[in-house]
Design a binder for this molecule. Structure first.
Ligand SMILES: N[C@@H](CCC(=O)N[C@@H](CS)C(=O)NCC(=O)O)C(=O)O
Length: 294
């Protein structure tokens, strides 16, 4: 068990590293404004997708714990991400990372044809991806916070196992989609056809170099598992040739990497979770009281 001292650090409110360079490139007014916070994995989901889908946006850093008025106008609970739609008069807004994700994916499909999902002509493939995303939202994400907030060593061991199992559960769903969509559709004429079948299934598929919805849904937590959980809980991601290759492709994908901060920002920002300081966040409060995440 890794034991570190609580040095009283608080969350950061300015991006660093690659993420800062991306913020600077997206500081001009646009039809869409992404209200984000540098440390937030829910924001990162949406941010990666904006980059991948090549939709113009402005990134606007806000402090969701201070609940500024402009954030509350776009996100009723004052949670990030929020999305402001400036081309309506008066402007409209959306919140909830998963809803914003589907919205900008629809926008992209209608404007430049890009998409994070399998084609609409393959409803079963799309449903399998949504099953993976459902698992991430209902199992993997809550389990990440329970593990990070667990204080005594028995609870940390139990929650660590649960988090690990949750990742294994995702791997099973990734394998299922690969087998049912890419491998078992009868003889394929070649590499090109296999690539076509893999569209929207994401980087898990060895033939694919394109991000899929599942990659952006889960990537931010796997990344924080590799730095925050490793630092505060001594956690190691599962190993194996296929898993390692997926993680490597994901973390090094240009659209993923361009939204990542330097590691110190994550370690500082998550110290309050690791020591389960009271009133750390609505997410932390929900975990402590056994309620569903906000
Ligand atoms: N269900 C929301 C969760 C978003 C969320 O929890 N964001 C955190 C930052 S990582 C937040 O805004 N916290 C502010 C608070 O706890 O008051 C989503 O998917 O967008």
């Amino acid at each position: 068990m890794v034991s570190k001292n609580d040095s009283g650090k608080t969350y950061r409110n300015e991006c660093t590293g690659n993420a800062l360079a991306t913020v600077k490139k997206h500081s001009e007014e646009q039809d869409l404004t992404l209200f984000g916070s540098c440390f937030c994995p829910f924001v990162q989901r949406v941010w990666i997708s904006f980059e991948y889908l090549q939709i113009p946006y402005k990134y606007y850093e806000v402090d969701p714990y201070k609940k500024p008025k402009d954030l509350l106008e776009v996100s009723p609970k004052g949670l990030v991400p929020g999305l402001k739609l400036n081309n309506f008069h008066p402007p409209r807004a959306l919140n909830e990372s998963t809803v914003i994700l589907e919205y900008i994916n629809d926008l992209a499909m209608n404007t430049n044809g890009r998409s994070l999902l399998p084609p609409i002509t393959n409803p079963y493939a799309r449903a399998l991806v949504r099953l993976q995303c459902d698992h991430v939202n209902r199992s993997l994400v809550p389990s990440f916070y329970r593990y990070l907030q667990a204080q005594d060593s028995t609870a940390q061991i139990d929650q660590g196992k649960e988090f690990h199992q949750s990742i294994e559960g995702l791997v099973q769903l990734l394998d299922r989609a690969e087998n049912e969509i890419v491998r078992s559709s009868g003889p394929v004429s070649g590499e090109g056809e296999r690539k076509a079948l893999a569209v929207g299934l994401g980087l898990w598929i060895p033939e694919s170099e394109d991000l899929g919805l599942i990659d952006v849904m889960v990537g931010p937590w796997l990344h924080r598992a590799s730095n925050v959980l490793k630092h505060y809980r001594g956690f190691e991601l599962p190993r194996g040739e296929k898993f390692d290759r997926w993680i490597d492709k994901l973390f090094n994908h240009p659209n993923f990497a361009s939204t990542c901060n330097t590691e110190d920002l994550y370690l500082d920002s998550y110290e309050r979770y690791a020591f389960n300081r009271p009133n750390t966040s609505q997410v932390a409060d929900a975990v402590n009281s056994g309620r569903g995440l906000p």
